[in-house]
Design a protein around this ligand. Structure first.
Ligand code: MRU
Length: 350
């Protein structure tokens, strides 16, 4: 995707250094960071410098490759690196998928093979997202009003994105979609990232407060909902950013098509149903404090609740397969109940 006319991927590797867009500073400042060690890359995953299932997966694959490069004289290092990377974030399946693939390549062929596999997986993520755009684009009528939650755009993957990729495709085909962007508290991925991405691409959008989505659905102002996924169980139950479940229940009530867009790498065939998906619980501070800039452009963190109150902060929820109209994958649109079968037949390797 282009930022101010220059093409960027979200995360990439140069020599043995991982480069990534610093997402915590968006939309106010666009910058990239260079991470020289697997420890630094793992920390960037934990602190959400890079976030979103596909981008996390690519970063984790590169971090695993760094672990093999740092090995000299320390044979146990790749294994320790693997443990560190796997502990960064628990829900996004793409992280586990990428680390296992790069680990297997490194054990078999050494550090160069690990880097080659990590690059292959990053390219495969971008390819899958592009194909998701083609299949999903066909669902979008001219002037359709589409609602999305969180950020499943190109920032959440290596390029193109998943939920936003069909919208980019439809726009490139001459259609004029309009997007309702849930702000997505507490981290604000919709307001901060999705709205920025869509604006960069010249696509019309409005940020809405999270609790306004049902209102617009009830008024007939939402034609279609497309969201991403962090992990899809074999039976099609899908973990995605907290708040997705509410959107799916409302969509069902108002008879609005509700699609998940995700690469096959997001399907965990070993996870039989949504109850088995680990749900990350993040710091209560993300609920109690908010970050932003003032009118002079200075960054601030402000408290938005009384001192001494407590908060809970589950980062994801699980939407049952029965509420999902279909899953848009790089191989076409599948029934949610076919997720496990599709993962077993459809995974790729270099
Ligand atoms: O916590 P995040 O920002 O890493 O959450 C991941 C997401 O961006 C969303 O859940 C998204 O909709 C899934 S697609 C990557």
């Amino acid at each position: 995707m282009k930022v101010n006319g220059t093409h960027y991927r979200t995360v990439w590797m140069e020599n043995h250094t991982v480069q990534m867009i610093e997402q915590n500073r968006l939309p106010f400042t666009f910058s990239t960071v260079a991470l020289a060690t697997h420890t630094a890359t793992a920390e960037a995953i934990s602190n959400m410098t890079v976030r979103g299932a596909g981008a996390i997966g690519a970063a984790a694959g590169f971090a695993m490759a760094q672990g093999f490069f740092e090995q000299q004289g320390s044979p146990a290092l790749p294994h320790a690196a693997k443990t560190t990377i796997l502990a960064t974030r628990p829900t996004a399946q793409n992280l586990f998928y990428a680390v296992e693939k790069v680990w297997a390549a490194g054990v078999k062929g050494g550090a160069d093979a690990a880097v080659a596999e990590a690059n292959f997986l990053a390219d495969a993520d971008a390819d899958a997202s592009r194909c998701i755009g083609e299949f999903g684009g066909a669902l979008i009528a001219d002037h359709a009003n589409i609602l999305t939650h969180c950020n499943a755009g190109w920032l959440a993957f290596v390029d193109y994105g998943t939920a936003l990729s069909p919208i980019y495709h439809a726009h490139a085909a001459g259609k004029s979609p309009r997007v309702w962007v849930d702000e997505t508290r507490p981290r604000g991925q919709g307001a901060r990232l999705t709205a920025w991405e869509l604006s960069q691409a010249g696509i019309a959008c409005d940020i809405i407060a999270d609790n306004a989505a049902a209102h617009f659905m009830a008024r007939g102002e939402v034609d279609l909902i497309i969201v991403g996924a962090d992990r899809i169980a074999a039976n099609g139950d899908t973990a995605n950013k907290i708040g997705t479940l509410e959107r799916a229940i409302c969509a069902n009530h108002f008879n609005i098509p509700f699609y998940i867009a995700a690469p096959i790498a997001t399907i965990d065939a070993n996870c039989s149903n949504g109850n088995a998906i680990p749900i990350e619980e993040r710091s209560a501070d993300e609920v109690l404090w908010q970050q932003g800039i003032d009118q002079q452009g200075q960054n601030h963190t402000i408290r938005v609740a009384a001192e001494g109150v407590s908060a809970r902060n589950p980062a994801f929820d699980v939407t049952p397969a029965t509420l999902i109209t279909g899953i848009i994958t790089e191989q076409g649109i599948i029934a949610a109940s076919d997720a496990g079968k599709t993962a077993t037949h459809g995974s790729r390797s270099s």
